[in-house]
Design a protein around this ligand. Structure first.
Ligand code: HQG
Length: 181
């Protein structure tokens, strides 16, 4: 596979494994997995002929590690970014005392009033360090970093999870646990 073909296949895989499996007649299980032979067959019916070695190459060389095989390599899924409902199996974890949320100054008024909401994602995203949070906030304008009293929240019964790439996740952060730094 050329680099261009590899990128093109990766984009197509993101589309079917995150958003529209039914487009090529696939189904994902509740954890987002689909069968590798079934995937290869479904692709070949759409004139995308890939060997198992090609698919392994696409997965291994992906710059953001967007896909993963299961242990015996019979199933594949996207690691994140789904719009279809899947449970990726994040484990509940005790958070540190303080986590950070990077946002932009124009959202702060609303956030302090109604808390941090997950908007279109599956969770509110929190960072373990201030610098990472600042980078996240910068995507949306003049950044500001808010502190989240995570250990206190956990003690009050809120669940926290950590993704494979280190992002902290929770359902909602009530205003009482948010402190401007
Ligand atoms: C804001 C990227 C008004 C919130 C990044 C944020 C991150 C509110 C925006 C990851 C609010 C949602 C997540 C409220 C929250 N009123 N605004 N009550 N509550 N907001 O993109 O945290 O490339 O869904 O502050 O690196 O910015 O996708 O979340 O500004 O890790 O892998 O609503 O996305 O990673 O924006 O970013 P987002 P986020 P990926």
């Amino acid at each position: 596979l050329s680099e261009a073909e590899t990128t093109q296949i990766s984009k197509y895989l993101s589309l079917v494994l995150r958003h529209k499996p039914e487009m090529i007649g696939l189904a994902l299980d509740e954890n987002g997995w689909t069968d590798v032979p079934t995937l290869l067959h479904a692709l070949s019916r759409r004139q995308i002929t890939l060997s198992l070695a090609d698919l392994r190459h696409v997965v291994a060389t992906n710059n953001k590690q967007r896909f993963a095989f299961n242990d015996d390599q019979t199933r594949i899924r996207a690691n994140q970014g789904h719009s279809v409902e899947v449970a990726l199996g994040y484990e509940e974890k005790q958070p540190p005392a303080l986590l950070y949320h990077g946002t932009t100054v124009r959202y702060v008024g609303d956030i302090l009033e109604e808390g941090l909401k997950k908007q279109s994602r599956h969770h509110v995203h929190l960072s373990a360090d201030e610098a990472t949070a600042r980078t996240v906030g910068q995507r949306r304008g003049k950044p500001i970093v808010l502190g989240v009293k995570a250990a206190e929240m956990a003690a009050a019964g809120h669940s926290f999870y950590q993704s494979a790439n280190g992002v902290w996740l929770t359902e909602h952060v009530p205003p009482a646990f948010i402190e401007p730094l």
